[in-house]
Design a protein around this ligand. Structure first.
Ligand code: ZN
Length: 113
């Protein structure tokens, strides 16, 4: 249900922005989602279709851009993208900790007409 709330706020932001620009219909919404966020694309899309009904965002295409999670090695300070499995630094083999990159969820751009 996490996605319900974020999708709701994303639609209200998109609608506000589009209205400000004098648009009457939103065609595309580009979203940036970090790999460490718990947001599931399919759930956002599903809620989007339901919540956007009756708004100028209805029917808009959602484009998801995934940002790889970035870790910082505790031993050598190397910053690297999280491997598929584990958290190991490619340089020295120690554990990396999350840097904050990879937790984002925001609207990158909105196309409207
Ligand atoms: Zn290292």
């Amino acid at each position: 249900m996490h996605e319900y709330a974020v999708t709701k706020s994303l639609i209200s932001i998109a609608v506000q922005e589009a209205r400000k620009a004098g648009a009457s219909k939103i065609t595309d919404i580009k979203l940036v989602i970090g790999d460490l966020s718990t947001i599931v694309d399919e759930s956002v899309q599903m809620y989007f279709d339901i919540i956007s009904e009756g708004t100028i965002a209805n029917g808009a295409r959602l484009i998801f851009k995934r940002v790889p999670a970035e870790l910082c090695c505790k031993a050598c300070g190397h910053r690297f993208n999280k491997p598929r499995q584990g958290f190991t630094c490619p340089l020295c083999g120690h554990y990396g900790v999350p840097t904050g990159v990879g937790k984002e969820f925001y609207i990158e751009s909105i196309e409207a007409e």
